[in-house]
Write a protein that binds this ligand. Structure first.
Ligand SMILES: CC(C)(COP(=O)(O)OP(=O)(O)OC[C@H]1O[C@@H](n2cnc3c(N)ncnc32)[C@H](O)[C@@H]1OP(=O)(O)O)[C@@H](O)C(=O)NCCC(=O)NCCS
Length: 195
């Protein structure tokens, strides 16, 4: 599908497929090389095409629904709703999202999470996000999606880059609430669906 941002830029949003592997490697490595929060980059590892293809195949096999945004032939954002699986937790999913710096504040992140949530497996009822407290943009973003903070885990992340442990905030929203709120947010930010 095509969408038009407030500044008239047209973006293609589609479900991730193997044809996106090359573009995703470039985007992923660009994102990883940026200092993501107000601290060190957490991950040094660079992705290869082989790793990306393996990841996409696994996502396809597990019926994940990552959605990707493309502008001028380059990936500018990705969002995923990733079911935890397992007999007791089939109704629970983690979500992940990232947009390129130039596209932050445009509402694109809300559109991507909306697309992923809308096409998530029917069995999913509740969506979790695990966020570093210093990642204010992500905390506010997920709050705008209807997420509420349900707890904090201590030292659940270890970064080889900084040699430090990090805490994580857990946030949660019912899938229906995520769809409703993200839908409201991208419209509020002035995104239009281009028919
Ligand atoms: C998280 C992310 C997808 C959000 O997308 P976005 O386009 O920036 O979303 P928004 O424009 O709604 O910004 C989120 C909110 O955080 C606020 N914000 C952004 N950076 C901030 C900062 N450093 N300090 C405080 N608030 C901040 C924004 O003002 C906005 O709040 P508002 O709508 O009330 O004004 C994007 O910032 C991103 O890709 N970050 C890097 C990857 C990442 O951290 N992913 C999540 C891992 S858990």
């Amino acid at each position: 599908m095509l969408i038009r941002l407030n500044d008239e830029k047209v973006i293609r949003v589609e479900k991730i497929g193997l044809n996106h592997a090359g573009m995703l490697v470039k985007f992923g490595n660009k994102m990883r090389s940026e200092a993501p929060y107000d601290s060190h980059g957490l991950i040094h590892k660079r992705y290869t095409l082989k790793m990306e293809i393996k990841l996409i195949k696994r996502q396809m096999k597990n019926h994940h629904s990552p959605y990707i945004a493309i502008s001028n032939g380059e990936v500018v954002g990705v969002a995923d709703i990733n079911s935890m699986g397992g007999e007791l937790s089939r109704h629970v999913a983690y979500c992940g999202y990232v947009v390129a710096k130039e596209f932050r504040g445009t509402g694109l992140a809300y559109f991507l999470i909306y697309a992923a949530a809308k096409h998530a497996k029917r069995s999913i009822k509740t969506v979790l996000a695990a966020i570093l407290p210093q990642n204010k943009a992500s905390v506010y973003f997920f709050k705008h999606c209807g997420g509420i903070e349900v707890g904090k885990f201590k030292k659940t992340i270890f970064s080889k880059c900084s040699g430090r442990y990090y805490d994580e905030i857990y946030m949660q929203v019912p899938l229906a609430g995520l769809i409703k709120n993200s839908n409201r947010m991208w419209k509020l930010k002035g995104i239009k669906e281009k028919l």
